[in-house]
Design a protein around this ligand. Structure first.
Ligand code: SF4
Length: 352
């Protein structure tokens, strides 16, 4: 092989690696944002759809591919399609249901739990869940409903803040979705947090590995895990937001396997949603699938009463009944805690 051919082959290989590592950004950039287009793509009527919603629609292709065409009640579609019902005004449903607005420090942290501090890494997400409790929050320094690249926090300042408070042992990365940060930004943040002597755990709350499994690039996995070769002092924990077994396709399963190989501790959280997962067979299948994938079901959340999401609410009585029935059907470790967030409470309230 002459040198020119060798060089061409090398370039092709580098290009492929480069393409793979940026593929997720392309997927986010090309996500469907027009409700009318989504309806056309899925061959459903847009009669009850809000075609110009305040909280914009965002549906990336890998998630769209898991929605069944022609079915307006598909459980994945219901989570992302803006319906006219969102404009219903209901007593008790507010723009800030868990009382976060105004409690965010200028550094982008929220200290509402003892021993833990939550970092709001940005408002960007890879999908817009219509029931999101933060859908109305005007995070400072972040473009409203922006996508990739939002980063208003300074890792050094946050690390210094945590170092000054020895009661903080766990840093929780939230958002938006922390995995919308670039690899460099995320690595920098984790590096600085890991240097804080008191920080024993770094927890990432994300929906990204479920929505766009292509986000779990080799580079990202190389610094997320707990294996000794990463040399981190803090334990890495990832809490995956997943609501329905149909979200767990073969590509997602493959990414979960890679996450497990990295040594990351995996937990799940699910929001109880009317018409999406408020039935015994659906929840039983979801939690069994999670266990089989190596993810411990951690929380089943009662919906936060955010304005625009009234139609997703399931009564706590029905939720408790579902948990009771799940306990007769699944092993104890496969049934998550059923919890609700109450504004002003120092922790989640366990309903069952
Ligand atoms: S991924 Fe999470 S933060 Fe983003 S819109 Fe969905 S529920 Fe909200």
């Amino acid at each position: 092989m002459n040198n020119r051919i060798k060089q061409n082959n090398l370039k092709t290989f580098v290009d492929i690696v480069e393409d793979r590592s940026h593929l997720w950004k392309k997927i986010v950039a090309e996500a469907v944002r027009d409700p009318a287009e989504l309806c056309r793509r899925l061959d459903i009527s847009n009669e009850n759809v809000d075609l110009n919603p305040d909280f914009p629609m965002l549906v990336p292709e890998p998630f769209l591919q898991r929605i069944k065409p022609g079915d307006p009640l598909d459980p994945l579609l219901l989570q992302v399609l803006p319906r006219k019902e969102e404009s219903a005004v209901s007593p008790g449903f507010t723009t800030d249901p868990v009382g976060e607005n105004g409690n965010l420090s200028p550094e982008g942290t929220l200290s509402k739990y003892h021993g833990r501090s939550l970092i709001v890494t940005g408002k960007a997400c890879s999908i817009h869940c219509r029931f999101c409790f933060r859908r109305h929050l005007p995070f400072p320094g972040i473009e409203k409903n922006s996508i990739a690249g939002s980063f208003c926090i300074d890792p050094e300042t946050i690390a210094a803040q945590f170092e000054a408070d020895p009661t903080i042992h766990e840093a929780i990365l939230s958002g938006g979705d922390p995995l919308m940060l670039s690899d460099r930004q995320l690595k920098d943040l984790i590096f600085h947090l890991d240097q804080v002597p008191g920080i024993q755990r770094i927890r990432i709350h994300t929906r990204m590995p479920i929505i766009i499994p292509q986000r779990l690039t080799e580079n990202l996995l190389s610094f997320l895990g707990n294996n000794k070769r990463y040399g981190k002092a803090a334990k890495m924990i990832m809490v995956l937001h997943v609501n329905h077994p149909n979200e767990l396709d073969s590509r997602v399963s493959q990414s979960i396997e890679e996450l497990i190989d990295s040594g990351c501790i995996l937990l799940s959280q699910t929001v109880l949603l009317r018409q999406v997962n408020d039935s015994l067979p659906v929840l039983a299948e979801l939690f069994e699938r999670l266990i089989d994938l190596g993810i411990m079901p951690y929380y089943l959340h009662q919906l936060d009463r955010v304005a625009g999401a009234t139609h997703f609410e399931v009564s706590p009585e029905k939720g408790c009944d579902l948990i009771t029935k799940l306990r007769t059907r699944l092993p104890g470790y496969a049934v998550p805690r059923y919890v609700r967030e109450i504004s002003g409470e120092p922790g989640k309230v366990v309903l069952k």
